[in-house]
Design a protein around this ligand. Structure first.
Ligand code: UDP
Length: 323
């Protein structure tokens, strides 16, 4: 298939692009390179530099490529920033998404796999979280992703667009060539590994007074190779609609730090800090729907293996891409 990958220079988009190419698909990356990395794009892929916020930019790319399907990763994804600058999130993630959907419609592109998030659920009343758990986002990031799911839902109903929304839990890990490099970095595993590398003095643990076994938050860490594989399953499946992507197991912040100490053999100093506003205590996926319908099974269920893959990449790229 010919696949247009928006955000294909980013963390999850670049790895999915590589996998698509390995499976024989043709990949065009559409990315503005604001946060993406040119070096993360597979040399076999074509890059169109463009911005979803400009309708003519994405329409031009769509006309030129005429893809069979779109994989839509391009978005802003910092929860904290979204609380301070919500307009950036609605403009890029929602308006940019609408521009993309309109360009697809104009060019008769009827298939999209969209990167959504467990942040669309907000503070769930119960875990594990199922796809029909009420979606009540607690920040503009999650809201903007939910709004675009809804836009696609209407396009599905009214225009027959085949839209799949993959709700990622905590994406992490690396391949040999591709890994996590955000500026600024806010995610736990890269921060822990930067501390192991001596680039940070310590890890701040955001709260140890949650209602969890060790008092720190539980998250469902899912390896990006598994996430990327889920996109290929979604692309070739007849099924559409929402799918949670997680392993179904939760690990605490303290467990992540302990595991990283064991994997790296470095001390990794950590200090308890106040809670980070908006952090739910437990976010754990019920991912049976993806297993049953998409025939997707995560291969990385061991936190040690996940952290080891990220550590190998961080050691090879101590300052990230191209720096
Ligand atoms: N966290 C932490 N210290 C950090 C970064 C994250 O204690 O420096 C915690 C955070 O509060 C959350 C978990 O680690 O409970 C995972 O956070 P991350 O930002 O990686 O992902 P999120 O769950 O927010 O998407």
């Amino acid at each position: 298939m010919k696949v247009l990958v928006t955000g294909g220079a980013g963390y999850i988009g670049s790895i999915t692009g590589e996998l698509l190419l390995n499976e024989g698909h043709e990949v065009t990356v559409f990315d503005n390179l604001e946060y993406g990395h040119r070096d993360a794009i597979d040399p076999r892929a074509r890059l169109i530099e463009g911005d979803l916020r400009q309708p003519e930019s994405i329409l031009g790319a769509m006309r030129e490529v005429r893809p069979d399907a779109v994989m839509h990763f391009a978005a802003y994804a910092l929860v904290g920033e979204s609380m301070e600058k919500p307009e950036r999130y609605f403009r890029n993630n929602l308006v940019g998404g609408v521009n993309l959907a309109e360009a697809m419609l104009a060019c008769d592109v009827g298939r999209i796999v969209f990167s959504s998030t467990c942040a669309t659920y907000g503070q769930p009343d119960t875990v594990p979280i199922r796809e029909d758990t009420p979606q009540r986002p607690t920040n503009p990031y999650g809201e903007s992703k939910l709004m675009f799911e809804k836009v696609l839902g209407w396009y599905r109903e009214l225009h027959g667009m085949r839209a799949t929304y993959l709700r990622y839990f905590n994406a992490c890990g690396a391949t040999e060539r591709l890994g996590e490099d955000h500026t600024p970095e806010s995610h736990l595993i890269p921060i822990v590994l930067q501390t192991a590398l001596g680039q940070r003095a310590e890890v701040g643990i955001f709260g140890d007074d949650y209602d969890t076994p060790d008092g720190t938050c539980l998250r469902d860490y899912i390896h990006i190779v598994d996430l990327a594989r889920a996109h290929l399953c979604a692309l070739t499946s007849e099924a559409t609609g929402p799918f949670n992507l997680g392993t179904g197991s939760g690990f605490s912040v303290k467990e992540v730090v302990e595991t990283a100490r064991a994997v790296t053999g470095r001390p990794i100093p950590a200090r308890i800090l106040p809670r980070r506003p908006g952090d739910p205590a437990r976010l754990i996926a019920a991912a049976d729907k993806a297993r049953d319908v998409l025939k997707w099974t995560p291969s990385y269920t061991d936190l040690r293996a996940i952290v080891a893959s990220a550590w190998a990449w961080h050691q090879r790229h101590p300052h990230g891409y191209g720096r």
